[in-house]
Design a protein around this ligand. Structure first.
Ligand SMILES: Nc1nc2[nH]cc(C(=O)O)c2c(=O)[nH]1
Ligand code: SF4
Ligand SMILES: [Mg+2]
Length: 248
């Protein structure tokens, strides 16, 4: 089975070289691949074009519906590996949507990539709910794990899976990245940190926002909270640089 990618414009797969805008690798030149589909539905999702297709009426604050045909493109693993190998960065960020939903195909793609371009650093963005396919797990250097809090609108029974959270907490490759919109979200993070013994040096807080202004406003109190509690702060560099646009 090939991979289903998101698109920048109809028919064009979302594969691009940029700077990692979030988390422990912020600022590093990286090639991004965005896969389509997600098993969650966050109210403030900034990539709803990966999952909120016509007929899907799960709540989203923009209530946008996307035509599946214009927003998905299917690609063979070898073709994707060749496109990544042809770009400059020696780091790959696989994102979505929820990329681990396509774990077996991703394992085949990264295996091909390792032949075409040995030494690539492979970083995976995930919403925390899907166990990595065992073959893929052997090929990933870093996970950026973003469990979704109550303000995402997802029921905790879908978004916060104890077995998964415990597994990520125990994996030194996994960096947690919580999206924070309100000060009320902080108590929820601290409870998860305690419950799963997540070390502060692997726990990032990131302001929710799709514009520089909103991110800046929330950063003021969020950065103070991080400093006072031994947690890491991450900006959303790509939003400041390029705004909320596909392919950046
Ligand atoms: N530059 C850049 N950095 C990112 N880090 C995580 C991203 C994502 O959408 O998962 C992302 C993205 O879309 N662009
Ligand atoms: S988990 Fe990520 S891709 Fe899925 S709905 Fe939430 S923010 Fe969007
Ligand atoms: Mg994003």
């Amino acid at each position: 089975m090939p991979l289903t990618l998101a698109t920048t414009t109809p028919g064009e797969p979302e594969i691009f070289a940029s700077l990692q805008g979030e988390g422990p690798s912020l600022g590093r030149p990286s090639t991004f691949v965005r896969l389509s589909r997600c098993n969650l539905a966050c109210e403030w999702c900034d990539t709803a074009y990966t999952w909120r297709f016509t007929g899907d009426n799960r709540f989203h604050r923009d209530a946008m519906a996307f035509e599946r045909r214009e927003n998905q493109v299917v690609m063979e693993e070898a073709e994707l590996a060749a496109r990544i190998a042809a770009l400059e960065p020696d780091r790959l960020v696989i994102t979505g949507g929820e990329p681990l939903l396509q774990g077996a195909a991703l394992a085949r793609m990264v295996t091909a990539l390792n032949t075409a371009r040995p030494g690539m650093h492979v970083e995976m963005e995930t919403n925390s709910t899907v166990a990595p396919h065992p073959a893929l797990d052997l090929l990933v250097h870093q996970y950026n794990v973003s469990p979704k809090l109550a303000h995402s609108g997802n029921p905790a029974s879908l978004a916060l899976l104890p077995e998964r959270l415990a597994a990520w907490a125990a994996d030194g490759r996994a960096f947690f990245k919580f999206v924070i919109a309100e000060e009320a979200d902080l108590a929820e993070v601290m409870a998860l940190k305690d419950a799963y013994a997540i070390p502060g040096n692997r726990l990032f807080l990131m302001p929710e926002g799709r514009s520089s202004d909103v991110i800046r406003r929330r950063s003021e109190w969020l950065a103070d909270f991080c400093a006072a509690n031994g947690l890491r702060f991450t900006d959303r560099l790509h939003i400041h640089l390029w705004g909320d646009t596909r392919g950046t």
